[in-house]
Design a protein around this ligand. Structure first.
Ligand code: TYC
Length: 143
């Protein structure tokens, strides 16, 4: 003979309580049934298996330095303009950075993701070529 539905659900509730650990008990209402069933996970043969929680490993994507190289022919004003136009630097910042490249031979003009760095290099190289200046721009993975 089957019991009325309200009784059936009460029976099920008690059975679940018996299998529940002390930690889960105060949280009963919040926890899905699957959590309580997962306390002693078993394989197909009924053997208990160990479930290890692994911390999700997220790695930051590598960054790339964009370098501008000195040469003897590209006009200083053109380099200043390139730095303003493609690297969002002020005129004063661009002038200072251009002078650093001029004196030291090269300088990092920005640090970006691979895709952005690649785009900046292509933009500078294309712009210099179209204006017939030998200005060189490269990228390098940051350590
Ligand atoms: N050396 C160049 C000159 O004297 C100026 C220059 C600066 C060129 C920076 C390239 O990346 C560069 N006209």
């Amino acid at each position: 003979m089957s019991s009325p539905s309200f009784l059936r659900s009460k029976l099920r509730y008690i059975r679940v309580l018996k299998n529940t650990c002390g930690f889960c008990l105060p949280r009963m209402q919040m926890l899905p049934l699957t959590h309580m069933m997962a306390e002693t996970p078993k394989d197909d043969d009924g053997d208990t298996i160990v479930v290890t929680e692994t911390k999700p490993k997220t790695k930051r994507p590598p960054l790339y330095k964009v370098l501008l190289l000195n040469d003897d022919y590209t006009p200083m004003e053109f380099v200043v303009h390139v730095l303003e136009r493609f690297f969002g630097l002020s005129h004063a910042q661009s002038f200072e950075l251009m002078l650093t490249v001029h004196k030291k031979g090269l300088a990092v003009v920005g640090v970006f993701s691979h895709e952005i760095a690649e785009t900046k290099v292509a933009q500078v190289m294309d712009y210099a070529r179209r204006h017939q200046h030998p200005l060189q721009c490269t990228m390098e993975k940051e350590e």
